[in-house]
Design a protein around this ligand. Structure first.
Ligand SMILES: [Zn+2]
Length: 142
């Protein structure tokens, strides 16, 4: 991976999400009217249109909702990583996030596979949420 990496640029709206990642916490907007979580950050609730929300902590656990195995690098930075897995994670709170899973064997990926959040500190100002296989599934489920 020799090319320059593309990194997210926090906005005023998303800054609290990135601030939490720096503290190694995963958060999402939660509507103050209907209590639904949402991600990515939006100014209004897609369910009830309220503009009132807070940033609520998430458990940091979910499962593979969908995935694709990338055999073509869509940016030169990822040329050495192919084939790699991109997955949509459905979190316990019902929202979905994108997961780059470069360490997972593409032949092993399955819908419903349990994932947990981890964090990668890029530099002083940016830490990225990442996902990895859970060591053990939540007790009492399944
Ligand atoms: Zn709402």
């Amino acid at each position: 991976m020799s090319e320059e990496r593309l990194l997210p640029v926090p906005t005023q709206l998303s800054q609290p999400f990135w601030d939490a990642c720096r503290r190694r916490e995963l958060v999402a907007q939660r509507c103050a009217e209907c209590a639904r979580f949402r991600h990515y950050p939006t100014p209004r609730c897609p369910s009830c249109q309220s503009d009132r929300y807070d940033w609520a902590p998430l458990a940091g656990r979910g499962e593979v909702y969908s995935y694709t195995v990338c055999h073509q690098a869509f940016h030169p930075y990822f040329a050495d990583a192919v084939p790699y897995v991109l997955a949509t994670v459905e979190l316990e709170e019902g929202i979905r996030m994108l997961a780059f899973l470069p360490d997972l064997d593409p032949a092993a990926i399955r819908i419903g596979m349990p994932l947990e959040v981890c964090f990668e500190q890029v530099d002083e100002s940016l830490t990225l949420p990442c996902w990895q296989l859970c060591d053990e599934p939540e007790a009492g489920e399944g």
